[in-house]
Design a protein around this ligand. Structure first.
Ligand code: TRP
Length: 355
């Protein structure tokens, strides 16, 4: 029996942080033996924000090194760069013929990004689709919402369908895109009267999903939040960031409930430290003897212990162009092989046939 295909991608913007590590990478590593895993760097997706070309290239390179340094093994999983598989671009064109602009415009991620591109804030109450459409259509040409942003879900669906992936581990914010992928797959099958695509689902890891909080007191760690601990942060930077993390005035009495900023520090400690250390600080919080400075010092050292070996590997890998090139060539070859098969079938099904 061939193994089930797992696929996931990370957009190449900036560096990977602890949230990516615990939320995605460390889980991917565990899947490598049991599934046919394909992990890729979604550089075409990151073009939707028109990045600086130099920066885009540098980001693809570092993210590749970060994938590898986190334990993704090119001998077990297929690691590739999206743009190395031109079949994706062709199938994106073909699939777009079955995708409605209305359904694309209604996706949450599109609305958020489009508003950001136009510099408008969402209405406080329920959002008014008509007003939103008018704003997009009426936008001046120098402040535009590019068509690539609109068709982002088509491209993501193609990433998944072209590799025939059925398990797609993604964050909560991507579930809507996955739902659209299923819809597009069903639509394609029913339009052409074929049972060609299987519907992909999120990977169920069981239990609660890991939420990695940021250092700013509220919410999860995110690139755009400026609250990140990056895998490449050196110990000095890391200590500074952790010591500056938001806390509160201290426990308000024995066994008092924890404020979000302090609970977040405990969540980070739980991820990076030993149960004994966590218990020590939990007890100290409960009996009001806790000193947040001590908690932060401990947390910083525990994070450093986790990230140091990864950071060292990232730097070693980045210094070895030859190795990176080899990994990428091998990954592209494998990814293209499956993609070419799917694309040939899709062309045939759609009536683009050779004479
Ligand atoms: N859109 C995803 C994100 O922003 C990245 C992505 C692109 C992806 N293509 C994919 C994830 C295919 C899973 C499968 O996180």
């Amino acid at each position: 029996m061939s193994k089930e295909i797992v696929l996931s991608g990370i957009r190449s913007t900036g560096n990977l942080h602890l949230g990516n590590y615990y939320g995605a990478l460390s889980k991917f590593v565990k899947l490598q033996d049991d599934y046919d895993c394909r992990f890729f760097i979604a550089d075409l997706h990151s073009l939707t924000t028109n990045p600086d070309p130099q920066q885009l290239h540098a980001s693809v390179k570092t993210i590749l090194a970060e994938y590898l340094a986190s334990g993704i093994d090119p001998e077990k999983a297929t690691i590739f760069i999206q743009s190395d598989v031109p079949e994706v671009a062709e199938m994106y064109l073909l699939l777009n013929m079955h995708v409605g602009i209305g359904e694309l415009m209604r996706t949450t991620a599109f609305k958020d990004k489009a508003r950001k591109a136009l510099g408008i804030t969402a209405p406080a109450e329920d959002d008014d689709d008509e007003a939103f459409e008018r704003q997009i259509i009426g936008a001046s040409t120098n402040k535009r919402v590019n068509a690539g942003l609109l068709t982002y879900p088509t491209l993501m669906a193609v990433d998944i369908l072209i590799q025939k992936a059925t398990k797609v581990p993604v964050g909560k914010d991507q579930l809507q895109h996955l739902e659209l992928t299923r819809r597009f797959a069903r639509r394609f099958n029913s339009f052409y009267g074929v049972e060609y695509f299987s519907e992909p689902y999120d990977f169920d890891f069981g239990g609660e999903p890991i939420k990695v909080p940021g250092l700013d007191g509220s919410g999860k760690m995110g690139k755009s939040e400026g609250n990140c601990i990056y895998l490449i942060d050196d110990p000095k930077v890391l200590r500074k960031k952790v010591m500056r993390a938001v806390t509160d005035e201290g426990p308000q009495g024995p066994d008092s409930p924890m404020s979000e900023p302090v609970a977040n520090l405990f969540t980070l400690l739980e991820l990076t430290s030993t149960p004994e250390v966590v218990k020590h600080f939990r007890d100290a919080y409960a009996n009001c003897s806790i000193r947040y400075g001590d908690l932060k010092k401990q947390l910083a050292e525990d994070i450093i212990a986790v990230t140091t070996p990864i950071r060292e590997r990232i730097n070693d890998i980045l210094a070895d162009d030859e190795y990176m090139r080899r990994v990428i060539r091998q990954g592209a070859e494998k990814a293209r092989e499956s993609a070419a098969k799917t694309l040939a079938d899709v062309r045939e099904i759609m009536g683009i046939r050779k004479f």
